[in-house]
Design a protein around this ligand. Structure first.
Ligand code: ATP
Ligand code: MG
Length: 158
């Protein structure tokens, strides 16, 4: 279905903001204009739920999570950036593999299965987008993804 992405993204962030620890800061860097994407809302909700809950889960108390979205001519680019524990450079691509978790002992305490980002990658690729991460150990992590934007002119028949 055709979805206005900024409104959709704001609603998901709102839901996390209501439940967040009071010491955690949320910062939104979102465009004012409407951006339309053809997508499965449930699937994109699942992607964002996992990416944002990872950012929360791997952040220290009092960390800031930044939410960005901007558009280039044909693409929407979305990022979630935390100031959490980060990970070594050689693992940032592996976190999208099934069951991969950076630190086994740490992961056990945190709960979860290590499937979240593998599912997110499948869903983003099914929407003809890409997903990747950047991270510095001890500094934080950004997860980025792209989605094709619907052309404004032709939206009536697509
Ligand atoms: P699940 O999502 O299935 O509950 P999970 O969160 O461990 O479990 P993924 O979301 O797939 O699994 O993430 C894989 C691994 O990548 C995590 O176990 C963690 O080690 C690492 N990771 C993901 N996001 C972050 C982040 N924001 N900061 C630091 N490490 C992260
Ligand atoms: Mg997860």
């Amino acid at each position: 279905e055709r979805v206005e992405f900024v409104g959709f993204y704001n609603q998901i962030i709102d839901r996390f903001e209501m439940n967040k620890d009071e010491n955690m800061e949320f910062e939104r860097n979102l465009p004012k204009k409407n951006m339309y994407v053809w997508m499965d809302k449930d699937k994109l909700t699942q992607v964002l739920d996992n990416v944002i809950s990872n950012a929360v889960k791997y952040s220290p108390e009092g960390g800031t999570i930044r939410f960005d979205a901007y558009s280039t001519r044909k693409q929407l680019r979305v990022s979630v950036t935390d100031e959490g524990i980060g990970m070594p450079a050689d693992t940032v691509d592996k976190i999208f593999d099934r069951f991969y978790r950076v630190d086994k002992s740490r992961a056990r305490e945190m709960g979860g299965t290590g499937l979240g980002l593998a599912i997110a990658r499948e869903m983003i690729e099914a929407h003809h987008g890409k997903i990747w991460a950047e991270s510095k150990e001890g500094k934080g992590t950004s997860v980025h993804f792209t989605l094709p934007l619907m052309s404004q002119k032709r939206r009536g028949n697509s």
